[in-house]
Design a protein around this ligand. Structure first.
Ligand code: CO
Ligand code: CO
Ligand code: CO
Length: 318
């Protein structure tokens, strides 16, 4: 048998989804993902926690429950003291513990620059996988964390972010999408993805393409970290965000009152962002209320899915 055609592969490389899914039995499927990157903040413990939360997020976005993880770490052991590596791993282990799982192994490699993340295994019922391919016309779109994290990360690197802004961003990026995922599983939703490097609009584009639908976003409803607007004025456009803008060129219908900096904001590359959820209109209030009660007050309806075979995304002001 050609292993590429293994019928137990339910979600694989052929589709741009958050994690791979492999069916084990009628009632059980494995959800697998790996994600690691170089430090986006100075504090090694926080970096470890952010990288772990970011990796776990892909399991949550699929409606899965993580069960176990492996460390992936690159470290310049001749250039940096080893206790920095220990702090990174401690941040990751604490975050995994918060997710209710153990890290049971991993691999380390010498490298010029530190990198860290996790390979995570989760479980899901094969009939309850939440892909990004089943958004339907009329669905509401809900976002569970504010955007602007890419700009703030760059400002932290450039040394122009205030301590308060830095701390707020670290808290947001370290926040697990666990509760948001548990709530969406409980309520029942059509599609979900987590918002990371491909930006809010990039990940929405993946969802609309995979689902064969269009969408609209109301800019005024999108939660945006207030300080990100000011920092946006002081920074050059980041390479990741520039790539997102280039990729989305011609794919988005911007209303004429949307400024170019507002366009940049919606294409800002996130780290460990929130869940973007498509939910039928009759459940959207229930979903929002449940997210708010679960301690996610920022969860907001930011737009909706439209039946449109041309799969256009419109960005309007209100
Ligand atoms: Co993802
Ligand atoms: Co990922
Ligand atoms: Co409320």
């Amino acid at each position: 048998m050609d292993i590429r055609y293994d019928p137990n592969v339910m979600v694989g490389l052929g589709v741009p989804d958050d994690a791979g899914v492999y069916q084990l039995s009628e009632e059980l499927a494995l959800v697998q993902t790996v994600d690691f990157f170089s430090p986006n903040v100075d504090d090694p413990y926080s970096f470890g926690a952010i990288a772990a939360a970011n990796a776990l997020s892909d399991i949550y976005a699929m409606g899965g429950r993580p069960i176990v993880a492996l460390n992936v770490i690159c470290f310049p052991e001749k250039k940096l003291p080893l206790n920095i590596m220990e702090e990174i791993l401690r941040g990751g282990a604490d975050k995994a513990a918060e997710a209710g799982i153990s890290i049971i192994g991993g691999h380390s490699l010498k490298d010029e620059e530190p990198k860290y993340g996790l390979c995570v295994t989760g479980l899901v019922h094969p009939q309850k996988i939440i892909t990004n391919a089943k958004a339907r016309g009329g669905d509401a779109l809900v976002l569970t964390k504010p955007i602007g994290l890419g700009i703030i990360n760059a400002a932290i690197k450039a040394g122009i972010a205030s301590d308060e802004t830095t701390q707020q961003a670290i808290e947001l990026m370290s926040q697990l999408n666990r509760k948001a995922s548990e709530v969406m599983i409980e309520i029942g939703v059509n599609a979900c993805t987590d918002v990371t490097g491909f930006s809010l609009l990039g990940h929405l584009y993946e969802m609309t393409s995979a689902s064969g639908v269009g969408a609209y976003i109301s800019l005024s409803k999108v939660p945006i970290i207030p300080q990100a607007w000011q920092l946006l004025k002081e920074m050059n456009i980041l390479p990741g965000t520039r790539a997102n803008l280039a990729f989305l060129e011609g794919k988005i219908d911007w209303d004429s009152n949307i400024s170019s900096s507002e366009q940049v904001m919606l294409c800002d590359a996130q780290t460990s962002g929130g869940l973007l959820i498509a939910v039928t209109r009759d459940r959207s209030d229930q979903l929002l209320e449940a997210l708010h009660s679960a301690g996610i007050p920022v969860a907001t309806e930011i737009g909706g899915i439209i039946s449109d075979e041309n799969r256009r995304i419109r960005v309007r002001k209100k």
